[in-house]
Design a protein around this ligand. Structure first.
Ligand code: APR
Length: 309
């Protein structure tokens, strides 16, 4: 039987993701939104692309959580972007409300599902979903690291005129200004990046990666990135649906790994049919450990505002 995947939020990230899943042809998809008729309309449009693109994916748009019942995986993208005049904390609380409501309904209808959280601020929202669901940490995973790493790889490949496929990299830490691109472990076809680029150029690329989301927000003028974010969720889904055991950076609720506790932070994780199957502990140098701790502290500040520690 095909897997069943629900995507909550049929906005830019959610609907682009559903189209990408449809093209994989390995799961049926339910797309939920609170806006009446909109997910139904988008679902119908995507279904009608099936004969042209050759997929048999069943795509259902809905405003009723009953249609999401017995999903194997649920991706939560619902949330508000920051509006003018809204403080970071206002946004945090507004999205906490949305992610809490959504998680309650999802748990009711799909108690055995694996949750992938995409709503920002990512690490804090993953923690909201973990607390509200009561699920084990293996089944609540945040998407951030794959995207941040993809941005880093893009810039490195551009700089060197290399194929993105040859660039391997890791970005750890929270999904924000304090993320930690591990340039020491970045390689191009196996060659360490430090042998290919001067240190100050690498540092500029690291900074552009940190600002990667903001650069796009500024260009778009109204909204945030969605092509690379949805592609990044798809990579996580591939590993879970097909039980591929791929290792990729994800926001994981740490319990002692990397010296961090009871907090979602981006670390390399093995994903398979059970969700999180292993946290990979890379040995960090002292300065990297300090940066990771700083990043974790920034996540902790948000958690304290939400009062969900
Ligand atoms: N339940 C379900 N859907 C909701 C709810 C809710 N309680 N509240 C809002 N939504 C829906 C909106 O109706 C909208 O269709 O969530 C969707 C969000 O879509 P967009 O506004 O297009 O936002 P998008 O660009 O997709 O980003 C979604 O992902 O990357 C993050 O920072 C981004 O937090 C944001 C999220």
């Amino acid at each position: 039987m095909r897997s069943k995947i629900t995507v909550v939020g049929a906005g830019f990230v959610g609907s682009t993701l559903v189209q990408r899943i449809a093209e994989r042809d390995y799961a049926d998809v339910v797309m939920f939104d609170i806006v009446p008729n909109m997910p139904q309309g988008k679902a119908l449009d995507m279904l009608q692309a099936g004969p042209v693109l050759g997929y048999d994916t069943l795509i259902t748009g809905t405003n009723d959580y009953a249609d999401t019942a017995d999903s194997d995986i649920v991706v939560i993208t619902s949330g508000f972007p920051r509006k003018p005049g809204m403080s970071r904390d206002d946004l945090l609380k507004k999205n906490q409300e949305i992610v809490s409501q959504v998680t309650e309904q999802i748990v009711k209808y799909s108690p055995n599902s694996i949750l992938i959280i995409v709503t920002n601020p990512l690490d804090a929202m993953a923690q909201v979903a973990l607390k509200v669901s009561g699920f084990p940490r293996e089944r609540v995973i945040g998407m951030a690291g794959v995207l941040d790493t993809a941005r880093f790889r893009t810039f490195i490949a551009q700089e060197l005129g290399a194929s993105v496929r040859d660039v391997q990299a890791y970005v750890l830490g929270g999904h924000g200004d304090t993320m930690v691109p591990l340039s020491r472990l970045c390689t191009v076809a196996g060659v360490p990046i430090a042998e290919l680029l001067p240190a100050e150029r690498i540092e500029q690329i690291v900074q552009r990666t940190r600002d990667g989301g903001a650069e796009i927000v500024k260009l778009l003028g109204n909204g945030s990135a969605y092509f690379a974010p949805s592609a990044s969720v798809l990579q996580m889904l591939d590993s879970i649906v097909l039980d591929k055991k791929m290792i990729m950076p994800c926001a994981i609720y740490l319990q002692g790994e990397y010296g961090l506790n009871n907090l979602f932070v981006g670390v390399p994780a093995k994903l398979g049919a059970k969700g999180l199957e292993q946290v990979i502990e890379v040995e960090l140098q002292e300065n990297e450990q300090v940066q990771l701790k700083k990043s974790a502290d920034a996540v902790k500040e948000l958690i304290d505002v939400l009062g969900i520690a």
